[in-house]
Design a binder for this molecule. Structure first.
Ligand code: AMP
Ligand code: ZN
Length: 172
């Protein structure tokens, strides 16, 4: 079992249907799923507003929507994120994410839908079970990415971009 500990924040409903938030610690590279909130949704142990599911994946409504219509797509198997997910599974998820995104656009129709996935706590991942967000967007809504001040003042030097491309290519 890996030494590094990750914080897991779970949201759910208590017996009297009051929302609760609990914070506990799990191992970042755990393969078992006993304490995972999304595994509990897959097993039907806690409620979810399910949009669709098949053998490999499930789409349901986010319990704290950033904007109305905010959905999540998860694999049914417990993968932590894109670092460990099986490539066949993620190929299937990509197709289903496109279906989900188009359906949100048709049903909610605010003008745009953003897909986001956080990989690792440092990237903002709170629930350590792979999930893709699909969030309706419209111009002027309060949700958005925070960019560093002046980030577009200058393009990156080509040499630096080529070096990064080479480093990443070598890691494939
Ligand atoms: P992230 O910060 O990318 O890990 O996002 C985790 C998302 O899971 C958040 O948007 C939460 O609102 C959502 N979430 C957590 N628990 C539940 C739950 N029981 N049902 C639906 N969505 C949940
Ligand atoms: Zn899980």
């Amino acid at each position: 079992m890996h030494e590094r500990r990750a914080k897991e924040i779970c949201y759910g409903l208590s017996d009297n249907l009051e929302p609760f938030i609990s914070v506990f610690h799990i191992s970042q590279d755990m393969t078992e799923s006993a304490d995972c909130i999304f595994c509990k949704i897959v097993k039907g142990e806690i409620p979810a507003s399910v949009i669709f599911e098949d053998d490999l994946c499930m789409a349901f409504m986010d319990i704290f929507p950033v904007n109305a219509g905010h959905c999540l797509l998860i694999p049914k198997a417990h993968y932590v994120n894109m670092f460990d997910v099986d490539l066949e599974t993620v190929a299937h998820l990509a197709k289903k994410l496109a279906v989900l995104t188009r359906s949100i656009n048709l049903a909610i129709g605010k003008g745009g839908v953003i897909n986001v996935v956080a990989n690792g706590e440092e990237a903002g991942q709170e629930v350590p079970h792979l999930h893709f967000h699909a969030i309706p967007r419209q111009s002027g809504d309060p949700f958005g990415f925070k960019f560093p001040p002046g980030y577009r003042d200058q393009m990156a030097p080509r040499e630096e971009l080529d070096q990064f491309a080479e480093r990443i290519r070598n890691a494939i």
